[in-house]
Structure formats: structure tokens, C-alpha cells
Design a protein around this ligand. Structure first.
Ligand code: PMV
Length: 337
């Protein structure tokens, strides 16, 4: 059996604007999805998943046709999770030139689903890595990231950027601009995450920004301004001690840019009352900065705070269901067994 895990991510800067060719900087966090793959003697794929912030489920399907004997009424989240595992298996079969390869697969994850933390990307990345390794055909990281992107692209009907899958594969902070993805140096950022228990509809939110951008030149300017924030933030990261603790001045400035980025995302209509409430609770508690992460509309915020104050404040904030510290995951996907 081969077991791999891969990290989730937060967007330090740049979500939504990245759709229009601006750069974005996601950063991997120490919250991981773990996937095990054991080749079978037939072409069936059996998937067992627990702890995916949803009721555990088991499904088995043969070849390309899914049969779901253990799930009477699959919830949309189960459907979504299955789709990602299925797409990962197809990529692994293709990469290993083994179209009939069957697997027993287990999935575990401590990344909230569909909340802007890249849970699906982590499952896809760890899944392809585990399955290709189990077939004796490990992939180079860039090929793995590329295949994981295509898996997500397929499941999400063409609405996927390379950000989540590249970041989950490589770990650390990365810079994404169109199809160009590069790892970048970053200090050990003290992230705190707040999760409202919900999720936004990425497709709808992306379409909403697109409409505003077409309607108003100042909305298009807002998208460009987010790109400027990213470029300013990248310079700060480049000047900091890679892997070291960031100086108070660096945290202060990064936090200010995160606050600015959140304001512009809110102007583009992708924040939510719950996200704004958590952002303000974090700022009031002394965080250097706070913003929504991912598509928005609900889900998670990320704040910068080396102290425990933000986490404590968020745990008492109405509308915040879960809060946790999340350090930068310097390692991306890895073999754990
Ligand atoms: O919610 P997430 O983590 O899938 O991020 C969506 C980020 C967007 O920029 C809104 C869309 C995209 O594909 O880049």
C-alpha cells in the first residue's frame, strides 16, 4: 500500500484577480489530506473516505461505471469528493499507461471541504501521487501538479486555476500567473484560520466578478489593483528571511496588504457577513491583517497573528464554527508510508 499526503492552502493574496491574468500568491498550510492506494487484481476501484467533514462513505465501482452500493442518497459533498477521487484515478491510470488498474483507496482529510482551503486539490494531488507510486510509476512534481490541475479542471467544468494543485504539490508559497507557476521564498507565516461552516458557490462568485468587470471600468481597475497588492506583497516576501520568523515590520506590512486585499474583494461582492465578522474579530484581537481566502461568499478567512489572541477571539465569535492555527507547510505532497 502506498500512502501520500498533501497540504491545503490559503490565498495570501490575489484570488479572483488571478482569473484575469493577475498574479496570485497561495501558501500551503499544515492541514493535510491523506490518500492510500493499494492496487487490486481487477479493474474495480473501492473508495473509503472518512473525516472529510462529512459522513464517512464507501463506494465501489467497476471500470468507468460507478456503482454506489453503500450510499443511498449521496450528498452533494460526497458527490463532489467522489468526482475528485475518480478524476485522480483516471489521471494515474493514464500516467502509468494502465487503463485497467484497480485500486482500494482510502481518503482522510483534516481540511474543511469547499471552504477556500484547497481540500479538493489536496485529495487529487495525494491521490494521483499515491496511485502512480502504487503502480511503480512515480511522477515528477510538475507533471503531478499538471495532472492534478487537469483532474480539477475536468470535475469543475473548466473552472480551475493552477493555484491550488500547484501549491499543494510543491508546498510553501507559490506564485501563479496564468499558466506560469513558481515556488517562491517565504518566511514562516503565522496563519490563523476562521471557518464559518459554509461554502460559497465558486462559479457564481467568479461570474459575478466578471459581470462587474464588464459593467464598470472601476471594477476592472479594482482587479488590477489587487494585482498591484500581490506584486507589493511578493517583494516583501522576497526580502524576508526564507523559512525564518518574519520581523514585526514584515508582518505589519503583509497584514496591511491583506486588509487592503480583503476590502477590494468585498468591493467586488465576494465577501459575506460571516467573513467580514470574522475578519473584524481578528483585527480587533490584534491580528496584523485578515482577509477572506478563496472564492468567498462563505467559508474561511485567514489572519496573521503570532500570538494566540486571534484564535481565542475567533473561538468566541458568532458565526465562526471552527478556528485553528496553521503554519506554512514547507513540504508539499509526500510519501508517508
Ligand atoms: O475557493 P478556492 O480555494 O477554490 O479558490 C477560488 C479562487 C478563484 O480565484 C476565485 C478561482 C480560481 O480558480 O482561481
Amino acid at each position: 500500500m502506498t500512502v501520500c499526503d498533501a497540504p491545503g492552502k490559503v490565498y495570501l493574496f490575489g484570488e479572483h484577480a488571478v482569473v484575469y491574468g493577475e498574479p496570485a500568491v497561495p501558501a500551503a498550510i499544515e492541514r493535510r489530506a491523506t490518500v492510500s492506494a493499494e492496487p487490486r487484481g481487477d479493474d474495480h476501484v473501492r473508495v473509503e473516505a472518512e473525516d472529510l467533514s462529512l459522513d464517512g462513505f464507501t463506494v465501489e465501482y467497476a471500470g468507468g461505471t460507478e456503482v454506489r452500493p453503500d450510499v443511498d442518497v449521496p450528498t452533494p459533498l460526497v458527490e463532489a469528493a467522489m468526482g475528485y477521487v475518480d478524476a485522480a484515478v483516471r489521471q494515474a491510470r493514464d500516467a502509468a499507461n494502465a487503463p485497467d488498474a484497480g485500486f482500494d483507496i482510502t481518503v482522510e482529510s483534516d481540511i474543511p471541504l469547499g471552504a477556500g482551503l484547497g481540500s479538493s486539490a489536496a485529495v487529487v494531488v495525494a491521490g494521483i501521487d499515491a496511485a502512480t507510486r502504487a503502480l511503480g510509476n512515480p511522477l515528477e512534481p510538475r507533471e503531478l501538479a499538471d495532472r492534478a490541475y487537469h483532474a480539477e479542471y475536468e470535475v469543475q467544468d473548466g473552472q480551475a486555476s493552477r493555484a491550488d494543485t500547484f501549491c499543494s504539490t510543491m508546498g510553501g508559497a507559490v506564485r501563479v500567473e496564468g499558466d506560469n507557476c513558481e515556488p517562491i521564498d517565504a518566511p514562516n507565516l503565522p496563519f490563523v484560520v476562521g471557518f464559518d461552516g459554509g461554502a460559497g458557490d465558486t462559479g457564481e462568485l467568479v461570474a459575478g466578478v466578471g459581470k462587474l468587470r464588464e459593467e464598470y471600468a472601476f471594477a476592472a481597475d479594482t482587479v488590477t489593483a489587487i494585482g498591484d497588492i500581490v506584486r507589493t506583497g511578493e517583494d516583501l516576501l522576497a526580502d524576508a528571511d526564507p523559512g525564518g520568523d518574519p520581523s514585526p515590520a514584515t508582518l505589519e506590512e503583509l497584514g496591511e496588504l491583506m486588509d487592503f486585499n480583503h476590502g477590494l474583494l468585498a468591493a467586488l461582492g465576494v465577501s459575506a457577513r460571516s467573513l467580514d465578522t470574522m475578519v473584524w474579530a481578528a483585527r480587533d484581537a490584534g491580528a496584523h491583517g485578515a482577509k477572506l481566502t478563496g472564492a468567498g461568499g462563505g467559508g474561511c478567512i485567514v489572519a496573521l497573528d503570532p500570538s494566540d489572541q486571534t484564535e481565542t477571539a475567533l473561538s468566541f465569535t458568532q458565526g465562526c464554527e471552527v478556528t485553528f492555527r496553521a503554519s506554512l507547510a514547507t513540504e508539499g505532497v509526500r510519501v508517508v508510508e
